[in-house]
Write a protein that binds this ligand. Structure first.
Ligand code: G3P
Length: 220
């Protein structure tokens, strides 16, 4: 499964990239607004930090506006993936942009039927939101499982990006469900490292080593 960071914070992106495990970035208007910088310049900076798909979302609500914004966003960098919401206009824009070879991530997907619409419109990525479904009493992960199965049944090439992941368990369950990509806040990526037995084991290894050797095995 590809790991994307769901953040527009440049420090978090630099840190994730330094670990060598970040394949791409998803942003949305909320995340961009939080950083308070000019949009295009900010996306360009993200593209310089992360060598992978970078989702940038349109804010128009009519298809003509989304198409025009999408074309401008796609010009920023070859790695930009245009994000359109799963509305009637969003699907129209997805179809038009996809036909022109512009890659679209259809966002705010909350049902398997909506995911079918995204695939039929030629979306490069569909983003079902797990945590926000959990918030209203559904099992968000069921949506990931259904979409993966439906796309498999018909050979749709649209990638399933599990979004709104709030915990390491969400990431693991998305991988078990067969999601192509999991996008997560930096905090969740960081938490994936943690295991008390790793810390305990390393502590013991180093103590045992130090009982016998005074130096490290190789000079460094
Ligand atoms: O970026 C889309 C999605 O991942 C946002 O997640 O946690 O705000 O529901 P959340």
């Amino acid at each position: 499964m590809e790991f994307f960071l769901d953040t527009a914070n440049l420090d978090e992106l630099r840190k994730g990239v330094s670990w060598g495990i970040v394949d791409g970035v998803t942003t949305n208007p909320t995340l961009i607004a939080k950083e308070g910088k000019p949009f295009e310049e900010h996306i360009r900076e993200i593209c310089e930090i992360v060598d992978g798909d970078i989702s940038a979302e349109v804010v128009a609500t009519d298809s003509a506006g989304m198409i025009s914004q999408g074309k401008e966003l796609a010009k920023i960098h070859k790695n930009v993936v245009v994000k359109c919401p799963l509305t009637r206009d969003g699907i129209m824009a997805t179809s038009a942009l996809s036909k022109e070879g512009i890659r679209v991530n259809v966002t705010l997907c909350f049902s398997p039927g909506q995911a079918l619409l995204a695939a039929k419109a030629g979306a490069y990525i569909v983003s079902p939101f797990v945590g926000r479904l959990d918030d209203i009493g559904y099992t968000g992960m069921e949506l990931i499982r259904s979409i993966v199965q439906i796309y498999k049944n018909y050979g749709y090439k649209t990638k399933v990006l599990a979004a709104s992941l709030r915990s390491p368990t969400h990431v693991i369950d998305s991988a078990l469900a067969g999601a192509d990509i999991g996008t997560m806040p930096f905090k969740v990526l960081d938490m994936l490292f943690n295991h008390p037995l790793t810390d305990k084991g390393l502590d013991q290894f180093l103590k045992d080593w130090a009982k016998v050797f005074q130096e490290t095995p190789v000079a460094g």
